[in-house]
Design a protein around this ligand. Sequence first.
Ligand SMILES: NC(=O)c1ccc[n+]([C@@H]2O[C@H](COP(=O)([O-])OP(=O)(O)OC[C@H]3O[C@@H](n4cnc5c(N)ncnc54)[C@H](OP(=O)(O)O)[C@@H]3O)[C@@H](O)[C@H]2O)c1
Length: 303
Amino acid sequence: MDHTTSKRLVVMTGGTAGLGAHALQRIAAQPHTRVIVGARGTATVPPGVEVIPLDLASLDSVRAFADTVTFQLGEDRIDVLVLNAGMQTSTNEARSAEGYELTFAVNHLAHYLLARLLMPYMADHGRLVITTSETHDPDVTPIAPKALDLQELSLPAKKGFGTGIRAYSASKLCNLLTAQSFATLDEVFVRRISVIAFSPGLTGGTSLGRDSSRARRAFVTLLMRTVFRLVGLFRPEYVMGTAERSGEVLAQVALGDVTPPPGRIYISLVKGQPTFPDPSKLAQSRDAQDRLWRESAAMVDID
Ligand SMILES: NC(=O)c1ccc[n+]([C@@H]2O[C@H](COP(=O)([O-])OP(=O)(O)OC[C@H]3O[C@@H](n4cnc5c(N)ncnc54)[C@H](OP(=O)(O)O)[C@@H]3O)[C@@H](O)[C@H]2O)c1
């Protein structure tokens, strides 16, 4: 699309805080660019950015958001869809409006539905960016899932310590599996839509995990300043980046200034630099991708 004569249209979630807010500032500052952000509550966004209510904890809210966006588009099409919103809690006990485990519902299920609903309204040569995390990979984070148990993820029976971070890491695996499924759709291939799964890497200065207790947040900060710093000497994935840099690269990915090599869709920010590693073995499994796609469709009641 020639953006000197017509407007580029960007639709984004997770643009109101953390690294997404930095990305949004950069995207909104581009000339000839219209940006629509889905946000809950009274969101503060850069001037000119349109806000449409969206609470990813409710599938009804996702459908209403998609309806409003498509109505407001008229004949226009979405050039870039950035699904960046995310959350993390200390346990897996909270539930979405439909009764699913909240982290799974917000990070994966709602975004899955939103991407399915908006895909027909994307422009040819458009770009779908889904924010995932290197924590999906057991080679990086030992607690990452080694199998995809959708019953346990959506309606967990296990409770207690560590379930929140495991739910988070599994939801980020779902983001990566979903991105791979979209990338292999005939429709996406024929219309030359790029699909990218972006991991910003360990990023400080965001509000992820804000719902945790003060003691827990203090413990995590201590862990990052001590153990992670030591581990970071050997494993660069544990070196903490800034929200500014992660947001800057998310914006570059969204605007097409950073792209993975042909045939790859995963970008992982490591020590502030985009890298293009293989996702985890499980994330590459065609069986896991297909199962997640099918069972998510059933959960959100879509074909
Ligand atoms: N920080 C890290 O170390 C790290 C590492 C890897 C991946 N990531 C991923 O990066 C993305 C951004 O994370 P962040 O660290 O910048 O977190 P953050 O500061 O907490 O920002 C999260 C964003 O998601 C939105 N959001 C959360 N729940 C929502 C809901 N129910 N409905 C609508 N919007 C909702 C928030 O909106 P409000 O303003 O309304 O809260 C906010 O805009 C996430 O997908 C996260 O998983 C982060």
